[in-house]
Each structure stands twice: as C-alpha cells, then as structure tokens.
Design a protein around this ligand. Structure first.
Ligand SMILES: *[C@@H]1O[C@H](CO)[C@@H](O)[C@H](O)[C@H]1NC(C)=O
Length: 453
C-alpha cells in the first residue's frame, strides 16, 4: 500500500519542477533520479503482488481462512483495527496528557477501555511498553548520535525478541522539564497512550541490554507498583544519593503511579519550589554532587521521608543488574562470553539454530546451566542492563573521574556483546568485542569445536 502513494508524491513533485521556467542541469538530474525512483518503486510493488509470484498461493490461502480483519491482526492475538464507538477517557475533553494536570480515577478508566477492547484484555497483565529517548538537538560529542543510535538499536532488538512495544521520545513534553526530568512527562503520556499495557518501562538512553534473553521477573513485582534498582540500607542508614538509580524503572500503569508522578514532578523545575527542593535534597543526602533538585534524589527523598506511604509500593530490586554500573561490568564481557560458549559446546540443544521469534525457549533451556553463575557483582551471568552512568554519550561531557576512552570503549564492547546475542540468530558473530566492523559467519553447529572465536 505504501509504494503507490510514494510514487504518486514523487510524480507530483516532478510535475511542479517541470512547470518551472528555468530548467537547470540540477533540475534535469533530479528529474531523472525521481523518475528512476518512481519506476523502481512501481517495479517493486508489482514484483511483490504480481499473480504467479511465489508469495501468491500463501496469501490467498491465508486470507480465505481469515475474515476481513486479517490485515489488522498483529499476529499477537490483538486486534489493531478495532475501536468501538463507546466513549472512553479519550473522549473526555477534560482529560489532559500534560504533566501539569493530574489524572483521576485512572484505574477505572483503564479498565473501562480494556472492557471495550477485549482482544487487548487477555494478555494485559504482562504487557510492557519500553519508553526511552534523548535530546531534540544533534549531539555535541561527534560520535554521540552514532552511540545513541546503537543504544536504541539495542533496545529495539531486546523488545523484538520479547514482543514488547517501544516508544522513543526526543522532545520536551513540558518546556521546564528538561534533562533527567524530561522522562516524567513522557512516562505519564505513555501511560495514557497505552491503556493496554500494565507496565511502562523507562530505560535511559545510555543503558544497554547486555542479556538479551533475560526477562523481568514480573511475578516478583505483583504486589508493587514501581521497581527500581536500589538498596534499603543505603536509603535509611547511609542516606545516600546512590541508594537507588532512577535511570531505569518499571512503573505500573495505574492511579498510584499517576499520583506518584504528580508528587515526584512537583519537586522538579516546573515547581515554584524547585530551588527549595534542591536545598532539602543536598542537606539530606550528603553525597549528592550538585545543588539542583534531581529526579533520583526526589524519589529517594519520598522513600526516606514518607516510608509508610511509599515503601510498600516500591520494589527495590537488588538481586540482579536491573541496571548495573558499567565500571564494574565491562571488564567481564570476554570471560562471560567464554563461559557461555563453553556451556554451548557441551549442550547441543543450546547451540541448535532457531528462529529469532522462539529465542525465549532457548533462554529457558539455558537457565539450567546458569545455576552456579550467580547474579550481579562478581557473577559470570550476562549482566542484564549495563548503564553508562556519568559517561554522557551525547554531550561527551563525561564525569572527570573517567577518561573518555574508557567510556566510549566500554560502550562499544557492551553493544557488541549484546549484538552478538542477536547476530547469532542471523547467522553471524563478532569475533572481537572491541571491533564493531569485524563479523564472521557462524558455522553450522557453532560453537561446537574450538575456533578462533
Ligand atoms: C578472566 O578469566 C581469567 C582466567 O580464568 C582470569 O585470570 C581473569 O582474571 C578474568 N578476568 C576478569 C576481568 O574477570
């Protein structure tokens, strides 16, 4: 369907250039390019749909079985083409996506929407939308945009393997909610845009999935509404600014979360008391490095000051790298790669080639061999998420305690380590994690024999 429209707009722009009086050489060249492109598109379109092509029998066969909505079916059992007339919260002119206008009665509203969209109701409790993003403008660091692209590719890969949706935002949805505050308006808007999802999963742009198989243990979080990487002792005894990390969090799509976001955002730059909050945070958490109120300190403050109200709702995940500090992780990728290959050499079913779509089954097979691996620091299990805190890939203004090279080199290693887990399903492998360009075909039954990998 896309091709004819494209070729149409191509030809209408050509008509315009034809009518111009001055017919320069560039115009002529552009015209030829345009005409060639249009022809190419038309050719692509026809060679795909032309009767007698290899695709044809399958297409007719399946459309006979399905009704007229077969095109709208995502293949995941949900109906993407159906929105009944019954009114929902979307039809309420008072409902606002803005962070400044709190949403009330969200649980009922969401439930009502699901009632009208039964195909989404079925898997709703496990559905996750990953949300991430970066700044509006090009990065100051010359390799910043390239790194961000690779970090985003990494998240897309992870989501594709597990069937999650992903939303990338690069706007300030509230003009005052900049830098680390920008995520809160986005998360709120994503909750409203995705009533079909139980969880919104914010993952910072500088965090990479480095275990593409691992899935969040949602069962563990069933009585909680927010999950962050953190440690109670560091909040209540050490009163530390690093007692949790707000760069990655899983938040339930419910009224409690709407209320939390409201309170949380009101410690940020959109609040008239922004400055006061900065002072309070700095005096409460002595190791906080800068005077402005930030989202992480704000969340820790809520847990610290209003334990009764927040603690039971918030799960502080400390058992695995819900997000992990890159400095303690990146040195281990080579050894971890070797351990996993060693396991695969001994277990034919783990090295069996398979479709990417069924990767989760092989992840489950592998668990049996990871019992001794441990988790988190000192473990040889693939770290779930490696977070390049303090590296600032886009601006390049990394924390002075690191040298830039270890940041960028670490990122490349992490991204190639992750990419190797994906590439395997496409038949290839990076033999050297430091070299993004090097790639070899993975031979049949790889890695059964000792090789140069
Ligand atoms: C990797 O494994 C080797 C050999 O077992 C060991 O000597 C080395 O310390 C390990 N490196 C890291 C970073 O763990």
């Amino acid at each position: 369907m896309v091709s004819p429209e494209l070729s149409h707009s191509q030809s209408s722009s050509m008509v315009k250039s034809k009518n111009r009086t001055s017919w320069s050489l560039t115009d002529g060249f552009l015209y030829l390019c345009g005409a060639f492109l249009a022809l190419l598109l038309v050719w692509c379109f026809w060679s795909f749909f032309i009767p007698g092509s290899d695709f044809e029998p399958e297409v007719t066969g399946s459309s006979k079985l399905k009704d007229s909505q077969s095109c709208a079916d995502s293949g995941m059992g949900v109906d993407l083409g159906y929105d009944p007339k019954a009114t929902t919260f979307y039809d309420d002119p008072e409902m606002s996506y803005s962070i400044e206008k709190p949403v009330k009665g969200w649980d009922e509203k969401r439930k009502e929407w699901l009632k009208h969209h039964p195909s989404f109701a079925a898997g709703a409790s496990e559905r996750i939308v990953l949300v991430t993003g970066s700044q509006l403008k090009p990065c100051k660091n010359p390799i910043g945009d390239h790194l961000l692209l690779r970090f985003f590719k990494n998240k897309v890969d992870y989501c594709r393997i597990h069937g999650y949706d992903i939303f990338y935002n690069n706007l300030l949805l509230h003009p005052k909610m900049h830098t680390y505050w920008a995520k809160l308006p986005v998360v709120k808007a994503a909750m409203l845009a995705h009533p079909e999802a139980e969880w919104i999963w914010w993952v910072d742009s500088d965090a990479a999935f480095t275990d593409m198989e691992f899935k969040l243990p949602l069962e563990r979080y069933k009585n909680h509404d927010l999950v962050v990487h953190g440690w109670p002792r560091m909040i209540y005894q050490d009163k530390s600014w690093t007692s949790l990390n707000a760069g990655v969090f899983l938040i339930r799509n419910c009224q409690w979360s709407m209320d939390l976001i409201n309170v949380w955002a009101n410690m940020g730059p959109m609040s008239p008391e922004y400055e006061k909050w900065g002072q309070i945070q700095k005096s409460t958490f002595k190791d906080k490095l800068f005077p402005e109120s930030d989202d992480q300190a704000a969340l820790i403050y809520l847990l610290y000051k209003h334990r009764d109200k927040y603690y039971d709702h918030i799960y502080l995940e400390g058992e695995f790298y819900f997000e992990g500090y890159w400095v303690e992780i990146v040195g281990g990728y080579d050894n971890i790669t070797e351990r996993y290959l060693e396991i695969e050499r001994g277990v034919p079913k783990l090295r069996r080639r398979h479709a990417e779509k069924v990767s989760e089954q092989y992840a489950a097979f592998r668990e049996e061999y990871l019992k001794e691996a441990g988790n988190g620091r000192g473990s040889w299990r693939r770290p779930f998420i490696t977070h390049f805190t303090g590296c600032q890939p886009c601006s390049g203004d990394h924390n002075q305690i690191y040298d830039g090279k270890s940041c960028w080199g670490g990122m490349i290693k992490a991204l190639n380590f992750a990419d190797n887990q994906v590439l395997r399903k496409y038949g290839f492998v990076h033999p050297d994690l430091r070299n993004s360009a090097s790639v070899s075909e993975a031979p049949f039954d790889y890695p059964a024999e000792e090789g140069p990998w």
